[in-house]
Every structure is written in C-alpha cells, then in structure tokens.
Ligand binder design. Structure first.
Ligand code: NAD
Length: 491
C-alpha cells in the first residue's frame, strides 16, 4: 500500500518506509517554501512532495562543500575506506527498502531494481577498495640534482547531476568515485526520482560522513541550480549523466571557469548479429538489452543489425520473445514496467506512427496499454530503408528496430554511421572476426556475445557525442583526482 503525503512535511511514508523529502545541506535536512510532486509511473499517483531547491539553496550547498573540502581531503585513506565500508553495510541492510522505492518512483520491475541495487553497492565497494590502493611514483630528475615525486590530489568540490533511468546506480557510481578521491559533493538527482537519492544520502549520513562532505539538492528546475553553482569558480568539477544536449550546455558553462568536466551522455546501441552468431543467445541478449528498464537506457539496443542469411530466424524468435514479455506494475510478476511519464508514452506513439508512415513494418506491439499508468507495448519494427536520422536519435523506449545487411563490412559501416559512440554489441562465434570488428567499431564499449555492459571493474563511458571520461574500473576514481608533481632538490 502507498500512503500519500501532500504536505510539505520533511518526510513521506511509502510502503512502510519513511523517506526524507528535504534538501540535505551541511549535514541537515531542510524543507523549502515550495515543493514538487513525485509521481508513480505505474498508476499516476503522487508519491511525495519534494523540497524544491532554488538559487539560495544551491549557494548554500556549495558553501558547505567548499567549507568541508580541506578536512575531507586530509582524512587518511584507511579512515576514509572504513567509512565507506560502514556506508556499504548500511546500504546492504536497507537493500529491499531502496529497491522498493526505486520501483515506486521509476516503475522498473522489482527484480531489476534489486539488481540495480546490487550493482550500485558493488560500485561503492569497488571505490572503497581503491581508496587504500592509490599511490604515486618517484624518479630522479632527468638532469640530476633533484627528484620527481608524482602523486594525485582531489579535484575539489564537485557537482554531480544524474538522470532518472537508473536512480541509484548513477548517483552511487559518481558519488562513490568522487568521495573516494577526497572530493566533497553536491548531488542533484532527476526530479522524477529524488526519493532514491534521498535514501542513498541518508545511508551516508547515518554512516558518519561529516557535514558538508555530501550535499543533496532536489529541484523542479535543474537549470537554475546548475547555472548558479557552475558560475562559481570554487566549484572544481562537474560530472554529468544525461542527454547530450544538456551535457553540451554544461560544457559551455564549464568553459567559463575552466571547470573540470566528465560527461556520460546518450547512446545509439547498434546490436550487430553476424551470420555465424548463436541465434538463440543473440535473441535472449537482445531482449535484455532492448527491453530492460522499458528500453530507457543509454546502452539499450537502438538498431538491431542482422545478417540477411539469419534475419528471418532471428526476427521470428525475437518477435516471439517480445510478445511473451509481461508488462505491468513493477511489484507484480512482470518483465517490463511503465515508461517514466505520460510525455514519454505520448512521444512513443508519435515515434512509432512516424516510423510506420515512413515505411517500417510493425511486427508486434505499437500501442499504448490502457490504464492509469504510462504503459506501452513492447514493440518491434522492421526497417526496410535505413533512415540516417534514426541513428542519431535515441529511441529510449521499448521499441526495437531491425535492419538487414548482407556483409560484416556493411554491418560495421552502418553501426558506425551515428554521431554517438557509447556501446555497441557484436554477436559471432568467430573470436577472430569479433576482435577485428570490435576494433573497427567506433564506440567506448563493445559487448561481444553479451548485451549487458556495466561492471564496477570496467571503465564505463563513450566517445563522440556520448561523452568524455569514464566511470568505474581503475580509471573511474581519476576523474576526480588530478596529478600533482613535486620537484625536490637533493644535494
Ligand atoms: P536529461 O539530460 O534531461 O537530464 C539528466 C539530468 O540533468 C537530470 O538530473 C535533469 O534534471 C538535469 N537537467 C535537465 N536539464 C538541465 C539543464 N538545463 N541544466 C542542468 N541540468 C539539467 O536526461 P534524462 O532524460 O533524465 O536521462 C536520459 C538521458 O541520459 C539519455 O540521453 C541517456 O542516454 C542518458 N544516460 C546516459 C548514461 C551514460 O552513462 N552514458 C546513463 C544513463 C542515462
């Protein structure tokens, strides 16, 4: 049962979980004069009224992050790692609560929310383990008489802006890296999914992160918060995950103060199935890669590109598997939940209508599902005449498009014909052609015979319009560190 709260109280009760709805600044939860609603996309009901932060709150959060920076950077690695382990243990204790909150505000099925929780906790643990393993280098100066000591220092106060589609993973992946590196942070989550970020930050607070080290702002208008903070030269880093358009705006703002920036942006996800692929494996992975999170993933398969010799069998099996997907409320036994909003559902209706009008063949789906929530049928379209515009538009929806090609060469050329460069997928039984083809795919990540990319040990990120920088792996923490070199005179 969902108990609604329409008051401006600082908490809301959801399925027996009490969640803070205020801003978290300098170690305290603060309410604001106005609020904005959080909607459950599975039924359209208002779940909570969140504090609506404004410019003064943004300044206050930055002040707190700046004030806490020097002390936080001075924490020894072991003490900082121990604090991370305490936070990780608290997150694990609250796993089910956090997963349920994700289902309520994002609509994803409970099983997906649980696996997102686990991956987020694993990322947090990965960074905790990295803290104690950071070290520098030592060398003789090249002309003698001095020594070169190279180390790293935290970039400084960082603004973290995250989207709604993976409400916990995005914040845990960024905040984990930034805090491990010794940066203080201001996190701004999406207005659609602020509750997950609140329970995450509450766990950090309860674990003992000092006031000002972590700050959380919710707002109905992100631009006013980010432009206020970005204009202040004391902000030293912006790390953004979201659309390429907003990323580009933030990069323009970063240019003014030469603020360090990392960008995890949109993707096009070409999913290439070569003639010698294991078809059943490819179908199963394409279903996950396309319909997980109702297709609302940066790494989702946007264009499925299949060799003509196997296209008929692949398409038949893929359509059958799509038809079998159960759609509904994430708390029921379903494979796919709603899309995030009525706007998103209406956009899908137009998108599919336009594709059919321009000659695509609708193989399954293509309709809204009636009900109070924002549901859309899992949809597959066969595209007969490739539309270059489609390769530069994220579908970001439970809509698959299938193309047929006659050679590996054509598949690679077509896959690369996009402004994006995040994730691509390649299915083949021939390891040699997999290696050669993956080297030619212009993407930051290539899944070979698998449709899932994220892993704490892997450097997640893209090239071209998909972004700058990486999250996770050995590189992730360095996004929040900068090299520092000491030249030391010796006799
Ligand atoms: P979005 O760009 O609209 O919003 C992302 C975040 O930016 C949200 O917190 C939003 O409130 C904020 N925002 C919006 N306008 C802003 C502005 N003018 N100034 C500052 N902040 C602003 O994207 P979305 O719709 O929430 O998320 C979907 C996008 O995110 C897709 O393009 C998807 O590919 C991308 N994404 C990328 C990755 C990745 O790792 N590369 C991961 C997940 C999502």
């Amino acid at each position: 049962m969902t108990i609604l709260s329409t008051s401006t109280a600082a908490t809301v009760t959801l399925r027996a979980h009490t969640v803070r709805t205020g801003l978290y600044i300098d170690g305290e939860w603060r309410s604001t004069p106005s609020t904005f609603p959080v909607v459950n996309p599975a039924n359209g009901e208002i779940l909570a009224e969140m504090a609506d932060g404004g410019e003064a709150d943004a300044r206050s959060a930055l002040e707190a992050a700046v004030a806490a920076q020097d002390d936080w950077r001075a924490w020894g690695p072991r003490a900082r790692a121990n604090l991370f382990h305490r936070a990780h243990a608290l997150l694990m204790e609250r796993a089910e609560t956090i997963a349920e909150i994700m289902v309520l505000e994002s609509g994803k099925p409970l099983a997906e929310a649980r696996s997102e929780f686990q991956l987020s906790a694993d990322f947090f643990l990965w960074y905790a383990e990295q803290i104690a393993h950071l070290h520098g280098t030592y060398a003789s100066g090249s002309t003698g008489g001095y020594r070169v000591v190279a180390t790293h220092q935290p970039v400084g106060p960082s603004l973290l802006i995250t989207p709604w589609n993976f409400p916990l993973l995005m914040i845990a992946r960024k905040a984990g890296a930034a805090l491990a590196a010794g940066c203080t942070v201001i996190t701004k989550s999406a207005k659609e999914t602020p509750l997950t970020s609140a329970v995450f930050v509450e766990a950090l607070h309860d674990a003992g992160f000092p006031p000002g080290v972590v700050n959380l702002i919710h707002t109905r208008s992100s631009a006013r918060i980010s432009s206020t903070i970005m204009a202040d030269p004391r902000l030293r880093k912006v790390s953004f995950t979201g659309s390429t358009g907003v990323g580009s705006t933030l990069l323009e703002q970063a240019a003014k103060n030469i603020t360090n920036a990392s960008m995890e942006l949109g993707g096009d996800g070409p999913f290439v199935v070569l003639e010698d692929a294991d078809i059943d494996l490819a179908v199963g992975q394409a279903i996950i890669c396309k319909f997980r999170n109702a297709g609302q993933a940066c790494v989702a398969a946007n264009r499925i590109i299949v060799h003509s010799s196997i296209a008929e069998e692949f398409t038949r099996k893929f359509v059958e598997a799509t038809r079998a997907l159960r759609v509904g409320d994430g708390f029921d036994a379903v494979d796919m939940g709603p899309v995030i909003s009525s706007d998103q559902r209406d956009r899908l209706g137009r998108l599919v209508g336009d594709l059919v009008e321009s000659g695509a063949e609708l193989l399954v789906g293509g309709r809204e599902i009636a009900g109070p929530g924002y549901f859309y049928e899992p949809t597959v379209l066969k595209i007969t005449a490739p539309d270059p515009a489609l390769a530069n538009e994220e579908l970001f929806a439970p809509v698959a498009t299938i193309y047929t090609v006659d050679s590996t060469e054509e598949a690679i050329r077509f896959a690369n014909d996009t402004g994006y460069g995040l994730a691509a997928y390649l299915f083949t039984e021939d390891i040699s052609s997999a290696i050669v083809a993956s080297e030619r795919l212009e993407f930051g990540m290539v899944g070979i015979n698998r449709g899932i990319m994220a892993d704490p040990a892997a450097p997640f990120g893209g090239i071209k319009a998909s972004g700058l920088g990486r999250e996770g792996g050995h590189d992730g923490i360095y996004e929040f560190l900068e090299p520092k070199y000491l030249a030391i005179t010796v006799d």
